[in-house]
Design a protein around this ligand. Structure first.
Ligand SMILES: Cc1cc2nc3c(=O)[nH]c(=O)nc-3n(C[C@H](O)[C@H](O)[C@H](O)COP(=O)(O)OP(=O)(O)OC[C@H]3O[C@@H](n4cnc5c(N)ncnc54)[C@H](O)[C@@H]3O)c2cc1C
Length: 385
């Protein structure tokens, strides 16, 4: 069926950007039908994935099912994957062979792990982005604990927030049955982090005997080893977890839309994809600069804030009104640093340790999607407490 103004607004991807855009749009009066296309059964609150690994949280808490989240919310969910967006015909093509006409489309398909062409990453390294990744890592931890061979070693590659947070949690989970190594190709860990958080993170790594190597560029990953630097120093490992980078994964836009070097769609400051009518993007898949000309970071805080701006712009676009420029408000930074441990810098406050851990959990509780889900999770935490 050809696209008409009453065709749905189609949201591609139900992560932070997509799900929260769909929910915000559904709250607007007189909105068009909304269709969310997402292949997974569950939304995944990625910042709390570390606590799932350590069993401090349960999967139903951080990964609610879309059918439960969206019931009665005015958003239809199609479990499918978008393969192509025909932007001149206003038509979406999906992996299951569907063709869906849209009036406006939101690309929110996020990112995946970037190997930077390092051989062996795809075949041998684990990633840390999904429920399946958590299960694989939990099984590995159990194996390491039961096997108790001398000199067992886990290597986490990438000294950004994900690598540091994961290294701390892993060190606590393996409880001395394996050494955790953290490798970063640059001169320091967490280059973009707030100073207090960086300091606390380094202390947390030290307390857990995580062996940190900076200026250690991994050049190859094998089944039981990795190679480091121009001399190809060989490090024997039981597993490698790759957190070194991300690459945007937009579906194919036809005709082609401009990308940056990380595969992100170039966007205007109002979140329209450059040069393409009725196509918007946000989150990890969107490249846009702030008012100072600096690129917005790829993180949940940005995606979350973009979602409400985009919902308003979709409505403004439908009414033929001018669109708003996205303005990011830095609400601070929080990091998970092992079992019952975290740090945060926000609203002039710095905090570390157990109190920061609890405050971080509470702050994220307010960000979980769906009021009834939040209430259920809060009730569970209170009962446990
Ligand atoms: C382990 C981990 C911890 C993190 N911790 C933090 C943190 O503490 N703070 C922070 O701000 N950020 C954090 N981030 C980053 C943050 O989670 C991402 O920046 C954020 O999720 C981006 O939102 P998004 O909507 O762009 O993508 P995502 O949330 O990744 O969602 C993309 C969705 O699109 C779906 N999809 C993909 N391709 C298609 C397709 N072709 N068709 C339909 N659907 C598709 C995917 O299944 C997925 O559900 C973390 C990331 C990870 C991996």
């Amino acid at each position: 069926m050809p696209a008409t103004p009453q065709s749905p607004v189609v949201v591609v991807g139900g992560g932070f950007g997509g799900l929260f855009t769909a929910l915000a749009l559904a709250e607007q009066p007189a909105h068009r039908p909304i269709l969310l296309i997402e292949p997974r059964e569950r939304f995944l609150f990625l910042p709390l994935l570390y606590e799932l690994l350590s069993h401090e949280l349960r999967s139903w808490e951080i990964a609610p099912r879309y059918d439960a989240l969206l019931a009665g919310r005015g958003v239809a969910w199609l479990q499918d994957r978008v393969t192509r967006v025909d932007t001149s015909g206003h038509l979406i093509h999906t992996a299951a062979g569907r063709q869906i006409a849209y009036s406006q489309v939101v690309i929110a398909s996020g990112s995946s792990t970037e190997s930077f062409g390092v051989p062996g990453v795809a075949e041998h390294a684990l990633s840390f982005r999904s429920l399946e990744d958590v299960q694989r890592l939990q099984a590995l931890i159990t194996t390491l604990q039961q096997r108790q061979r001398p000199l067992q070693r886990l290597a986490v590659v990438g000294g950004g927030a994900s690598g540091v947070e994961l290294a701390c949690k892993l060190a606590d989970e393996v409880k001395g049955s394996a050494l955790v190594e953290l490798l970063e190709q640059g001169p320091q860990l967490l280059p973009g982090a707030k100073a207090f958080n960086r300091e606390q993170a380094l202390l947390a790594l030290q307390r857990r005997d995580v062996r940190v190597r900076t200026r250690a560029a991994v050049s190859a990953v094998g089944a039981d080893h990795l190679l480091i630097g121009p001399q190809a120093e060989r490090l024997t490992v039981d597993a490698v977890i790759w957190t070194a980078g991300i690459r945007a994964q937009p579906p194919c836009l036809d005709p082609h839309a401009p990308h940056d070097a990380r595969g992100r769609l170039l966007c205007e400051q109002d979140l329209r994809v450059q040069g393409v009518e009725d196509v918007f993007a946000l989150g990890d898949v969107a490249a846009l600069d702030d008012a100072e000309g600096q690129p917005h970071a790829s993180n949940a805080q940005v995606a979350f804030q973009q979602a409400s701006c985009l919902a308003a712009n979709l409505m403004a676009g439908q009414r033929g009104e001018p669109l708003k420029t996205f303005k990011f408000q830095d609400l601070g930074e929080m990091m998970s640093l092992g079992r019952g441990d975290a740090c945060l810098t926000a609203a002039g406050l710095t905090l570390a340790g157990r109190a920061a851990f609890e405050l971080r959990k509470l702050a994220y509780l307010t960000r979980l999607p769906g009021r009834s889900h939040r209430v259920k999770v809060a009730a569970g935490w209170l009962a446990h407490w």
